[in-house]
Design a protein around this ligand. Sequence first.
Ligand SMILES: *Cc1c(COP(=O)(O)O)cnc(C)c1O
Length: 440
Amino acid sequence: MKSAVWYPFTQMSEPEGHPFLRIVRGRGNYLYDDRGRKYFDGVSSLWCNVHGHGVPLITAAIRRQATRLAHSTLLGLTHPWAEELARRLTRAAPRGLTRVFYSDDGATSAEVAVKMAYQYWRHHGEPGRTKFLSFRLGYHGDTLGAVSVGGVYLFHSTFRPLLFRSLKVDPPYCYRCPLKLSFPSCRYRCLEPIEAALSRNRHRLSAFVLEPKVLGAGGMIVQPPGYLSRLARLCRRYGVPIVADEVATGFGRTGRMFACEHENVRPDFMCLAKGLTGGTVPLAATLTTNRVYRAFLGRYEEAKTFFHGHTYTGNPIGCAAALANLDHFRRRRVLSSLPRKIRLLAGELAALRALRHVGDIRQAGFMVGIELVRNATTREAYDWTEGAGRRVCRNLLQHGILLRPLGNVVVLMPPLSSTPLELERLVRATGRSIQETLGD
Ligand SMILES: *Cc1c(COP(=O)(O)O)cnc(C)c1O
């Protein structure tokens, strides 16, 4: 059967353009195809599934909400689920984030943060603050504003003429440190050029848009301990607000509810999406402070309104699913179940370091990137056109594991509900596939 679907991020002229796996069912940490074969969902259905598929509490909430009220707008009306979820999110979030603006997915939550930060400064009497600082290799989604503050060259360079310019700084990619230093003896030297950029542009910057703790789509680049808090301190010193894009890191991924918590960082904006509904239906939120919120208040004629919104903004089914997701976290004590599993994962991963084509292994909780290299001694990289990561992941299907790589980086992003045995199997099978595919 020929498909009329044009698949995302997919070269349609290649065999992968016509996916041969057709997923028809999900249960627990597994997906099933139309031939009844079972696969471990090793990247949580592109990083959004949190507790496995078909979680009774969340499924029941969705069903109940669909019956009661599937959708009603937040433009001029409200509903209790949007209000209740906002209350719960502000309670769960880092202190100071007291206002919640809903949208539909990660890109729109970043888009909202960018527009809000910019407009905030206009109301604040500093309309010259039109620039954004962001990381090379940062990723905030595929709409044009989000791409403008993104830095994944392969995805973004085509669209350059359509983008607003943002100032880019290097992330702490320690394995390939641009300064050729190593942590911790480097003493965070890579923060110096960032401080210089903040200082030079302090009156031109709307915000620093960043992924806290882990740059996900850029290759699972994990910031060394202490980096984020130092970076946040610099932003404070120069009066530049922080947009923490927690779309990938939020909801337990790094071992805490939000990545900012690891270093007591209190951002001015926080973007949430992927895990917000436990990976069931689309919903996103941008949280911000009262200070930002208040700057938008005024008489209607002053045009201080935030003129932004989407048809399905704050969809009730999404809100009900997100509330059930938070309930599930609490009732099952999900966060306290994590440290043991994270240690086990680290222990298993350590064994892969001996492999000839494993260059670097980066882990932050349940986010793992295994960087494949041609030669681990010289750190010589595979050319991205060789598809090393893709070949390893194709091989893993035979072991009943579904993964999706980022270029030469094999990503492991299992559901938080994975059992110790499943984590062990996942890592061991990945190691075997790397050897089978690339040689040992
Ligand atoms: C995936 C991701 C996005 C984009 O989310 P979408 O729902 O795909 O639009 C934004 N930021 C980060 C950090 C992400 O990982």
